[in-house]
Design a protein around this ligand. Structure first.
Ligand code: FAD
Length: 476
């Protein structure tokens, strides 16, 4: 009797606990991927995520074929598809790795119950996290709301680095059920805006391992300082691979621990530790989303429900300028253009662009979160929600509201030579360094006419934001 292996956000063969469990049964394994975007409502996968998914499924399908197996694709309600496949194949068991978004948790619970009712054996495993959200709590048994004690508690448990090996082959069933043609799912854009994504990324498990190898060879040992410089490839760029489960955090911990055993010196060691800590932030994001499932739409700090944001009809033009990298603030525009062209943005620049939107332009953070959701290849409900609420100052572990990023100072500090800005904002290529981060201060004859004037006065808007915050504090 075959086993259905339901693949979801675990598009890999190595270190895939559900696959290992399926192989352990000794039965033939039928790997399936079900396309049911409406089940993720209201957070349907965005355009950049769909692009990634298409290519990742292609890669997975090839890897499965090389292992003597196949990837069966079906579109429709997940429960209906599974029942149909059970019926067609005579399988008696379904195994999957867990997901943690609120809508998917509800869906999986429903499916588990319905399958069990019909006598189907169901098993779920953890492929995505070092610590599932219900396994970590503070002394009073409550979820953590602050990162440092959360991560300390995790580290005290010991970071798991046990990694299941890559199976050599996967036993095939006597008869394969038919599969959809991936192209019919129309995940790729109809107008081709995706050249930049194709140049930058290699979706799939092999691409994830190439990215990791590159980072281990050229980035991780200087990560502590390199991670703040957007003009240099100082971070791993593993986020989309992690989101789609093409690589898992245990594999990263294992790779880091191997390095640490090699005598990498103090800078190397602190850098590797800093990288592991960022993996911890990802864990924390899942912890928060699981325990506070309302947060993708609502601020965790409820006082911010009453924040006096501008109205959509008043901010529509500013929002569009921000989205398209035309705010007239160079570092912000560089980041927004990097996002549009490559589907990714450097972490420091994410914080700076988000801060400008929320604090200087007075636009609700949910607008920014939605734009990132549609344009990021690593769009992830947990990390995106944490990042936006952190920057807006309304989350669990939030930067205090009064901390407003100054994009001019940030640019001078982290992109001093302007490599990042000049790359993404070529209109400013010839502007001398001393004006590059604030072109409006340059003599009129030097200001490139093609580049917009700043849409907002950074100093005045900062004061307005702080005044609104003071009022909110007084009235709550
Ligand atoms: P590295 O620096 O190499 O870090 C390694 C891994 O650690 C990352 O791949 C990621 O999985 C994790 N990580 C690092 N920083 C964070 C963080 N602050 N929060 C959570 N996990 C982290 N990350 C996403 O994966 N998806 C998102 O949708 C997302 N939206 C964000 C929105 C805002 C406003 C902000 C400020 C941050 C957001 N982040 C998001 C977090 C972070 O910017 C990215 O994870 C990081 O830039 C990815 O690049 P990297 O893989 O090179 O990171």
């Amino acid at each position: 009797q075959p086993v259905l292996l339901w693949l979801r956000r675990d598009l890999r063969l190595a270190d895939n606990p559900a696959l290992t469990r399926a192989l352990d049964t000794g039965q033939p394994v039928i790997p399936v991927y079900l396309h049911a975007p409406e089940e993720e409502a209201p957070w349907f996968p965005g355009a950049a995520s769909r692009w990634w998914l298409h290519h990742s499924l292609n890669a997975l399908s090839c890897a499965l074929t090389a292992a003597g197996s196949r990837l069966i694709l079906r579109q429709g309600g997940s429960l209906e598809c599974l029942l149909q496949l059970l019926d067609e194949t005579g399988a008696g068991q379904v195994i999957w790795n867990r997901t943690y978004e609120p809508a998917l948790i509800q869906r999986d619970r429903r499916i588990k119950a319905a399958l069990k009712d019909r006598g189907v054996r169901v098993e779920s495993c953890n492929s995505a996290l070092l610590f599932e959200p219900w396994t970590v709590s503070n002394k009073s048994g409550e979820p953590y709301r602050v990162f440092t004690p959360f991560w300390k508690a995790c580290c005290a448990k010991g970071l798991p680095d046990d990694v299941a090996t890559l199976p050599e082959s996967i036993t095939a069933p006597a008869h394969w059920p038919v599969s959809d043609d991936l192209k019919q799912w129309a995940l790729l854009p109809r107008i081709s805006w995706d050249q930049g994504l194709a140049q930058r990324w290699q979706p799939g498990e092999a691409g994830a391992h190439h990215a990791l190898e590159r980072f281990l060879a050229h980035g991780v040992l200087t990560y502590k300082t390199g991670r703040d410089l957007p003009g240099q490839p100082g971070t791993s760029r593993l986020s989309p691979h992690l989101h789609f489960g093409e690589i898992g955090p245990r594999q990263l911990i294992r790779a880091c621990q191997r390095l640490q055993q090699q005598g990498i010196g103090t800078e190397g060691s602190t850098s590797v530790a800093a990288f592991i800590r960022e993996i911890g932030w990802r864990e924390f994001a899942f912890h928060l989303l699981f325990h506070f499932p309302q947060t993708p739409e609502h601020p965790l700090d409820q006082r911010f429900e009453h924040f006096p944001w501008r109205k959509p009809e008043d901010y529509a033009d500013d929002l569009a300028a921000w989205q398209h990298g035309l705010t007239g603030i160079p570092l912000v525009d560089a980041g927004m253009r990097e996002l549009w062209h490559t589907g990714w943005m450097h972490n420091r620049v994410r914080m700076i662009t988000a801060s400008l939107l929320v604090k200087n332009l007075g636009i609700p953070w949910q607008e920014g979160a939605r734009w990132f959701w549609d344009t990021l290849v690593d769009a992830d409900l947990a990390s995106n929600t944490l990042g936006w609420q952190w920057t807006a100052g309304c989350g669990a572990d939030a930067a205090p509201y009064f901390r407003v990023f100054n994009p001019v100072l940030q640019g001078e500090r982290f992109d001093g030579q302007g490599a990042y800005i000049r790359h993404w904002v070529p209109e400013l290529e010839h502007l001398p360094d001393r004006y590059l981060h604030a072109p409006w201060t340059a003599p009129a004859s030097l200001i490139p006419p093609a580049y917009p004037r700043p849409r907002v006065d950074l100093g005045a808007s900062r004061k307005t934001a702080l005044a609104a915050w003071e009022q909110l504090k007084e009235h709550s």
